[in-house]
Structures are given as C-alpha cells and as structure tokens.
Design a protein around this ligand. Structure first.
Ligand code: PMP
Length: 391
C-alpha cells in the first residue's frame, strides 16, 4: 500500500526535472567557478543562470543580489549576524517575532549575549504579528527587524508589506525568512520593501544543503565565515555546483507552476480542514483561517496526545508531524503554538499536515476515512475526556 506523505514542511522530494538538470554537474561539468578555463566558465555560467532564476522568483532587481548558502539556517544566520556585526555602531536593537524558526530565534539569543538587545514581538491568536507592538518597540537604536513571510508550522502569512513600510519609515532595515513561503505564494522583494530575504532549496522541491540570501543593493553585511572570498566575499567556500543548479531549476519550475499548484493545494487543504472539523468533535484549526499557506494544516484535537496519533496514523500508512522537525524529537511543545496562546496540553494535541505535489483528492479522502476512528479510539483511553464524548 502507498504511504500518504503529509510532512512536506519537514522535507520534500526533489522534482525529477531538477534532478535531471543536476546530474551532469556531478561528473561532466564539475569545474570550479573560480577557475578561468573552460570548465570554470561553464560552472560560472550555470551558477549565474541559477542566480537569475532565483532573483526572478522573488522579484529582485538584479541577479547579483542573490548569494548562495547551505540552506535556510545559514541564510538566517548570515542575514542577522552579518547585518548586526556590520551595523552595530548605528544601534544595538533588533526586533523579531515570537514565532520565528529556531534559526532566527537562536541567532537572536546568541546576539543578545554579545550586547544586542532583542525584542520578540507577540502575535495574535492566529499568529499574525502585532503591528502596534512593532511600532511601539521601534527606537532610534533599532537597526533590523526580522519577521518571517509565513510560518511553516501553522501556515499563517504575515502582513509583510505593512511591516516593510513601517520598518523603513523608522529608518531600520527589514529581513524576511521566506523559507516556508517561497514557491507557494508570490513574493516581491522590491514592492514589499524587503532588504534581506532567506530561502532554502528543498522547500522549492530542490536538493537539500543549499539555500540563498537576497541582499538588496546597498545593504551592508559582513561575512560570518572567513575563507577564499567566494560569493562577493560574503560566503566563502567552493560553491555547491550541482546543488545551486538544482535550486535554480526548482525556482524556475516554482515560478511557472505556482499559481496552478497553489489553487490545487488550497482545494485539497480546504476539503481536508472542513472534513476534519465536521467529522471530529473538539477539533480546531490552528493558525489563520484564510491568510495561510496553500499546503499547511495544523489541527488541535482536544483530549489527545499528538505523538500517539502520529504513531497510529503511521501504522495506517499516513505520515504527518507534531510541528517543526527541530522540536519533533523533544517532548517540548513547539514555541509557535504556545505563542498563539495555546496551553501545553493543547499544543501537545496538535498535529501538522503539510500537503505537496504528489498528494491527491484520494489521499484526503483516505485520511478523512481513518482519522475520526483513530481519534475516537485514542480519546477513549484518555483520562481527560469528558463523558459526553465517549459513546
Ligand atoms: N526557516 C523556516 C521558516 C523553516 O521552515 C526552516 C526549515 N525548513 C528553516 C528556516 C531552516 O531551513 P534549512 O532547514 O534549510 O536550514
């Protein structure tokens, strides 16, 4: 029996067309882009094409504004630390949100030990960053605001353009972690007043271990790793040529197919959410009801242990997750759900279903067929369950 994979936030399959384009760069066109000969030229051209595709996906003005990294985590580290270290004379104040990915939160925590003052903005019950708090917290010492485009655990899309406007009107710069959003919804760094933007290839159905950082012309950052000076001196190390080629192809496909695929996924997502809420009592959607990523569904099932539900679904060939891959190994509930105001037990009873290219209507139908009975069975074993929910 086919397994139904609903854990695309944790990892996506590489698109076959991406893989096909990458293969020659492992064993035929393996030159180093820094070399001045035939092989080097070929590698450099391929990397430049990839830069162009990524620039187009996010509406960047020039391909030179894109530099390659090892993934979203490195892009977030380079954007925030690189900017903070380079601009600390202007101010030591950085604002972010309480629902960022750990690669932003932990980078900010690290900076706070080095004399930077960090503010973690609250979000509302749907995960939307509070603009009034942002306005109140901004001071003349604020150099950077970092808010994610969309949250990969609850799907909520942030009011990026409004934040960009506000940040610039106060004289600070704006970093956006777009790892979860890119390729699913349109991004326009120029219109949305974004100065730094992080991307990860696998989230675009590209290979793992490669990512990119958009750095708007004129934005000053310093490298966080010293070496041979590749990527305009900002990211040393021999370029991951096949990976970069793959990420460029993935960005090209995402741009061409995003509108249709987002519509298809939105239909699957909405059918799934309606089915779950209608069929399972005491189940609730976490995150924003409409301002959400096309592929993301986070549901809270009261009176249930999320881990046991994941294992029961796995036995029935359906895979999903409890939240971010970073916290799924610990028993701690994810900080994202707690920031929405959920209690510990409510966060523990929440599951994340993320759809992808290969999911179909049949998948949704199958999960909706089995899920209500599994939830019922697990609830019958729960000491917390109110009598009226036991039949
Ligand atoms: N930011 C967000 C919003 C994420 O969902 C992730 C995880 N894919 C990351 C950053 C980290 O990206 P990577 O795993 O490529 O380092």
């Amino acid at each position: 029996m086919r397994r139904i994979y609903l854990d695309h936030t944790a990892g996506k399959p590489i698109d076959e067309r991406v893989l096909k384009d990458m293969i020659p760069y492992f064993s035929q066109d393996y030159g180093n882009p820094s070399s001045p000969h035939y092989f080097g030229n070929k590698a450099r051209t391929a990397i430049d094409e990839s830069r162009t595709s990524i620039a187009k996906l996010i509406g960047a003005e020039k391909k030179e504004e894109i530099i390659f990294t090892s993934g979203g985590t490195e892009s977030n580290n380079l954007a925030i630390k690189g900017f903070a270290y380079r601009n600390h004379v202007k101010g030591n104040h950085i604002i972010t949100s309480s629902i960022e990915h750990m690669s932003v939160i932990n980078t900010c925590k690290h900076l706070s030990k080095q004399g930077f003052q960090i503010i973690y903005l609250p979000v509302d019950e749907f995960g939307i960053v509070d603009l009034q708090s942002l306005e109140k917290e901004m001071t003349e010492k604020t150099i950077l605001v970092s808010v994610m485009y969309a949250n990969g655990e609850i799907g909520t899309i942030e009011p990026i353009q409004k934040i960009g406007d506000l940040v610039h009107s106060k004289g600070a710069l704006f970093h956006v972690d777009a790892v979860a959003a890119a390729g699913q919804i349109p991004i326009d760094v120029q219109k949305e007043e974004i100065d730094l933007l992080s991307l990860s290839s696998n989230d675009l159905y590209g290979p793992r271990g490669v990512g990119a950082l958009y750095i708007k012309t004129g934005t000053r950052i310093q490298p966080i790793m010293q070496g041979g000076g590749q990527e305009r001196g900002l990211r040393s190390g021999t370029e991951n040529l096949p990976g970069i080629v793959g990420m460029g192809k993935a960005a090209k496909i995402a741009k061409a197919e995003m509108t249709d695929e987002a519509e298809r996924l939105t239909r699957l997502r909405d059918t799934f959410v309606k089915g779950v809420i209608d069929l399972i009592p005491e189940s609730f959607l976490n995150g924003h009801p409409t301002l959400r990523l096309p592929n993301t569904v986070n549901v809270r099932f009261n009176y249930i242990e999320g881990e046991s539900l994941i294992l029961s679904l796995d036995m029935d060939s359906v895979v999903c997750s409890s939240g971010s891959a970073c916290t799924s190994k610990t028993l701690e509930p994810t900080h994202v759900l707690l920031a929405l105001g959920l209690k510990h037990e409510e966060a523990h009873g929440s599951l994340l279903f993320t759809f992808g290219k290969q999911n179909t209507n049949e998948d949704v139908k199958y999960v909706l067929d089995i899920l209500p009975n599994i939830v019922k069975r697990l609830r019958q074993m729960s000491p917390l369950i109110p009598k009226e929910l036991i039949e």
